[in-house]
Design a protein around this ligand. Structure first.
Ligand code: AHM
Ligand code: MG
Length: 333
């Protein structure tokens, strides 16, 4: 069987006029960084990379050593290629600038270097999430303001999941495509073209320990699912919660379902739990590109006008009918 590599896939996307040479290079470099992160994640205790780094990130959360390592790998891989105007990372408070001795390009790269890092020490899947925007013309030294573009302006988005296999899932606005890392060859092989979120679902993902903090529409929706066959939905639902958004969303993209980190009494002051620019927007683009839907409960995620780099939002995404139902419960439609 002929194997198509990520490199070949990207060259074909360029030939078809869907991406230019700079965006191709950008995605190649992100993929290379992801391979380096995968090596570190898979070595675990052998490389002494587990545990706390002894520092807090901008969100006031304790950083794991691998949070810091993954961030450094992404920044160092991307700063010299000439394709970026600047970067922003969930782990860094301000805009990451391109060192003055390297050329600058037209794109902005945003990432969550290691999502789900509370799972690292227990050997459960973690991931990297990224989003690509255009640098607004005329701004040579991008400021935070230049990054604050709504998610529908993303030109590419994707994630890597470091599970039993390492997979890279990406979109450039033409469907969702998945690649699996062949560790012996060191290359990503095209394994799932045009992923689609199955419409019919019997699976939901939410951290149910927060149930007492949820708003009424979420309580109602989950309560109806839990009533199973004898309730208004007339069928039984299964629940899954990995607590790595990448792994939970990967499952939704693969076999359907709904993923929710809604607004609740605990996270209301912050606006939600998950980050708009590094988590919600890229995942929303992927899910929409796969035929699903993504909402805050009150608004399409990709239409949220960002006000801050590290802004948080409620996230409800997955199979379209289910997301629309949760939105209807919120809006009373
Ligand atoms: P992180 O970026 O600091 O790892 O936090 C985001 C993660 C998501 O991957 C996951 O969906 C969520 O936090 C889990 O939160 P909780 O532990 O409250 O269930
Ligand atoms: Mg995260």
């Amino acid at each position: 069987m002929r194997r198509v590599t990520l490199t070949q896939f990207l060259i074909e996307q360029q030939r078809a006029g869907r991406i230019n040479a700079d965006l191709r290079l950008l995605l190649e470099v992100v993929a290379r960084a992801v391979k380096a992160i995968a090596v570190n994640v898979s070595k675990g205790a052998l490389a002494g990379v587990l545990g706390e780094a002894g520092t807090d990130n901008v969100q006031g959360e304790a950083q794991k050593k691998l949070d810091v390592i993954a961030n450094e790998i992404l920044v160092q891989a991307n700063e010299w290629g000439g394709h970026l105007a600047a970067m922003a990372s969930e782990e860094v408070e301000t805009v990451c600038r391109i060192p003055f001795d390297y050329p600058k390009g037209g794109y902005l790269l945003l990432f969550d270097p290691l999502d789900g890092s509370s799972n690292i020490d227990v050997n459960i899947s973690v991931g990297t999430i990224f989003s690509v925007l255009r640098n607004p013309p005329g701004d040579d030294e991008p400021q935070e303001q230049d990054f604050l573009q709504p998610g529908h302006q993303q030109v590419a988005a994707g994630y890597a999941v470091y599970g039993p296999a390492t997979q890279l899932v990406l979109t450039v606005g033409n469907g969702v495509h998945a690649f699996t890392l062949d560790r012996e060859m060191g290359s990503f092989i095209y394994t799932q073209p045009y992923m689609t979120v199955p419409e019919d679902t019997k699976e939901y993902a939410i951290n149910a320990s927060n149930a007492r903090f949820w708003e009424a529409p979420v309580k109602r929706y989950v309560d109806e699912l839990q009533q199973g066959k004898s309730g208004p939905r007339g069928k039984d639902f299964n629940m899954r919660w990995v607590a790595s958004m990448v792994a939970d969303v990967h499952r939704v993209l693969t076999r359907g379902g709904i993923f929710m980190y809604p607004l609740d009494e605990k996270n209301r002051d912050k606006g939600g739990k998950l980050r708009l620019m590094y988590e919600a927007n890229p995942m929303a683009m992927l899910v929409e590109q796969a035929g699903g839907a993504a909402s805050t409960g009150r608004e399409r995620i990709l239409d949220v006008a960002p006000v801050a780099l590290h802004q948080r939002v409620p996230v409800i995404l997955g199979s379209k009918d289910e997301v629309e139902r949760v939105v209807a419960y919120h809006t009373g439609a």
